[in-house]
Design a protein around this ligand. Structure first.
Ligand code: G4P
Length: 189
């Protein structure tokens, strides 16, 4: 997606050889117009699928998921990284380890928001090692629902997440695929 790639080149900050800071439009300040364009792109790419629900994980996956849900006219559910004190329902849970942060989170979703009839599109902002997306697929499978695909805003293709998810049989659609950071520039695939 050229618009996104241009934005990464102009506003992204390369922190080291594996980390990109995009907090001016995706991770802290959010550009709603760009999020809407990203939502349209996901809706187009998965237009051959009958999607009933979008699933993401807090927090940075939520904005782009809501835009996609608005276009597809389906609800958006997000996994929580901490079980809220107000949760009284039964929840699906799985453990997600973050290599980037060096910590594990138990992620939870109330059982009432996923059912066996659901065809679920998983969306997230970054794909690095694939742990978050893989955790979300496990939750969909616990609900006996179907994963129709995984939509990613920025894939770091030099890390193993995309390959692992594809080898596991999931369709992964990433809007910007980064091959490397070199000479202070983002190199796309
Ligand atoms: P993985 O799910 O693919 O295995 O990724 P990993 O655990 O390594 O990433 C953990 C967190 O770091 C995720 O955010 C992910 O989006 C983010 N992340 C990974 N690589 C980058 C990067 O190059 N740049 C930025 N900006 N973020 C990256 P999170 O903890 O879920 O945070 P948030 O969604 O609340 O923002």
């Amino acid at each position: 997606m050229d618009l996104l790639k241009q934005r990464i080149q102009t506003d992204g900050l390369i922190l080291n050889d594996s980390l990109l800071k995009v907090d001016s439009f995706l991770n802290q300040q959010i550009d709603p117009e760009l999020m809407m364009k990203i939502g349209e792109e996901f809706a187009n790419r998965f237009s051959n699928e009958k999607i009933t629900k979008i699933l993401t994980i807090e927090s940075s996956g939520i904005a782009v998921s809501v835009m996609t849900g608005l276009i597809l006219k389906v609800p958006v559910v997000f996994a929580r990284k901490k079980k809220p004190t107000t949760t009284t329902d039964d929840v699906y849970t799985t453990k997600v380890y973050s290599y980037t942060k060096g910590e594990s989170n138990i992620i939870t979703i109330s059982k009432k928001f996923l059912s066996p009839e659901d065809h679920v599109l998983i969306i997230d902002d970054f794909l690095a090692n694939g742990e978050a997306a893989a955790g979300l697929t496990k939750i969909v499978e616990q609900a006996n629902a179907k994963v129709v695909g995984i939509g990613i805003v920025i894939e770091k293709s030099f890390q193993p997440g995309a390959r692992k998810l594809t080898e596991a049989g999931y369709r992964v659609e990433s809007l910007a695929r980064i091959k490397a950071f070199s000479n202070g520039k983002v190199q796309f695939l």
